[in-house]
Design a protein around this ligand. Structure first.
Ligand code: SF4
Length: 84
């Protein structure tokens, strides 16, 4: 099984599939700090009960995903892990 097929498997079980997807990424317009924090808190709460959280985080770290909430962490939090 290829790495792409493995990625497709966990993504099919993601808790963020559907209408909530938008809150995982910053909007295209300016976002105030408190709005960003509220959005990220909502997204992270969904990640908290996601059955594929570890796969998601591993994937985001592997491809060095620069945007959004993945595996319960935002881009700054993931960068800290990568730099450790
Ligand atoms: S951990 Fe969060 S971002 Fe990753 S698939 Fe699950 S709900 Fe989506």
């Amino acid at each position: 099984m290829s790495a792409q097929q493995l990625d497709d498997l966990w993504q099919g079980r993601a808790a963020c599939r559907g209408p909530n997807t938008l809150i995982f990424f910053p909007p295209s317009h300016f976002e105030r700090k408190d709005d960003r924090e509220a959005r990220e808190t909502k997204a992270k709460s969904i990640c908290g009960s996601c059955p594929v959280r570890r796969d998601c985080l591993d994937y985001a770290l592997r491809i060095r995903e620069p945007h959004g909430i993945w595996g319960g962490l935002n881009e700054t939090e993931r960068r800290v892990l990568l730099d450790a």
